[in-house]
Design a protein around this ligand. Sequence first.
Ligand SMILES: O=C(CO)COP(=O)(O)O
Length: 222
Amino acid sequence: MSSTLIVLNLKTYLEGTGEGAVKVAQACKEVADDSGIEIGVAPQFCDIYRVASQVDLPVYSQSLDPVGAGSFTGHAFVQSIKDAGAVGTLINHSECRLTLANIDASITTAKNAALKTIVCTNNVATSAAAAALGPDYVAVEPPELIGSGIPVSKADPGVVTGSVDAVKRINPAVQVLCGAGISKGEDLAAALELGSVGVLLASGIVKAANPKAALEDLVSKV
Ligand SMILES: O=C(CO)COP(=O)(O)O
């Protein structure tokens, strides 16, 4: 496997049973095996166990709550996420934003459970702030490009290079992903060219008529 990472966020795109998530995850696994590129999926909380137990690929939670065992109702509890089979979690996605203090607490909670952490950011300044908290990855995603089909690597390359520079300066151990509007092989190639180590993406693959073919295109230029 190369050190490139692709994480496919399923959001709430797949209606109905979790079988849709399993199918997309299976396509990810096949393309990962054929290409040698690591591909993970972030399904709904309730689908983590189903996906992780049926498909041998890295599964991420879409978020978690920084609560321990005890008197907490309606929270996404890290130990349950881990026991369901997740290897990591997104934190602070633009569609699930947190305060800085809660980002910090979520990173600590995930790390204590040995889950990988991907903190989403919306610009260079927040990428720098997130890097100071020491996650495994910062994933910069300008919200205005999310779901737009316009790739960040083309529309706003400066936010990627700026994040890479800022993160390197603040904490060189943190790696940078980028996302928003990414769907094609040229988008991933451009993202790597800009200094990120991979992409976090969703609609271009999940909503494609043939997700496996879309994934094959995505990895075709690496
Ligand atoms: O929000 C994203 C991934 O977390 C990006 O979404 P799109 O790939 O649909 O732009």
